[in-house]
Design a protein around this ligand. Structure first.
Ligand SMILES: Nc1ncnc2c1ncn2[C@@H]1O[C@H](COP(=O)(O)OP(=O)(O)OP(=O)(O)O)[C@@H](O)[C@H]1O
Length: 247
């Protein structure tokens, strides 16, 4: 389970401090897929970086399975898998070598790693190119290796940042099936994306992030009741209209 507890992160801008994330709280239970959605600059990436322990929060904390990022950042890293559109592969390594390498980084014992690579290769259809240099793989094949890599240490929490960026319909479907798998495996999943239709399909609950805090949170039905808008697109249009009128 993931808990983001009154998280704030400030940066300096034009000699003044401004809060990119401002008292943000949400929780994602096991087997739940949570959509962290918001317009450009809302604070999504900053939030994900704080969860991963790559940025120190100005205040607040992140808890994964009871471990606090402020106290046990390494324990948190061990318990989170990251799928990012921008994650590259080591071009000169094969998918098997990459998976072996990350298993080692996460201290997965070699025999367990071997078994997991077999399982993940079956699940994500990697077998045909497992021993081929990554430079020769298609975008969809690379993404499948990235999806496998995120699970090599069997993390209870998975963060997905624009997971279908640049993928075709077939590649995107692989990601959708993967999220379904994560749900049945009872992992807590956070999806951050600009593709609202995709988010609507994938996520059980949503947090609409605006100026670093949640403007609305809930299931799609709850959001409809809160905002009076029929869909996520309309909710976003309304948020952006407010941003323009407050600018
Ligand atoms: N290291 C930094 N130094 C200063 N400002 C930063 C830094 N990182 C992010 N920001 C600012 O914080 C705000 C939130 O940025 P963030 O990247 O978290 O938003 P986002 O919701 O991920 O946006 P996008 O959808 O465009 O990726 C923005 O105004 C951004 O310019």
């Amino acid at each position: 389970m993931l808990i983001v507890d009154r998280l704030s992160k400030s940066f300096q801008r034009d000699g003044r401090e401004f809060a990119a994330v401002d008292g943000l709280s949400f929780r994602v239970d096991t087997g739940e897929v949570y959509g962290l959605l918001g317009p450009n600059g809302a604070g999504k990436t900053t939030t994900l970086r704080c969860i991963l322990g790559l940025l120190d929060p100005t205040s607040g904390d992140v808890l994964v399975d009871g471990y606090r990022v402020s106290e046990k950042p390494q324990a948190i890293k061990q318990r989170i898998g990251l799928v990012s559109a921008s994650a590259g592969l080591y071009q000169w390594l094969t998918p098997r070598e990459i998976l072996d390498y990350f298993a080692d980084v996460y201290s997965v014992p070699p025999d367990v790693a071997e078994k997991r690579i077999e399982e993940l290769s079956d699940l994500l259809d990697l077998k045909l190119f497992l021993n081929q240099r990554s430079a020769t793989l298609s975008t969809g094949q690379k993404q499948r290796v990235n999806l496998a890599r995120a699970l090599i240490h069997d993390p209870p929490v998975v963060l997905m940042d624009e997971p279908t960026l640049g993928l075709d319909v077939v590649g995107s479907q692989v990601v959708f099936d993967y999220v379904e798998l994560l749900r049945t495996q009872k992992r807590a999943v956070v999806v951050s994306t600009h593709h609202l239709d995709e988010a609507g399909r994938l996520c059980d609950r949503f947090g609409l992030l605006f100026h670093g805090h949640l403007r609305n949170e809930g299931t799609l039905d709850e959001l409809r009741q809160q905002t009076g808008q029929p869909g996520l697109v309309e909710m976003f249009v309304e948020m952006l209209r407010d941003r323009r009128s407050s600018a």
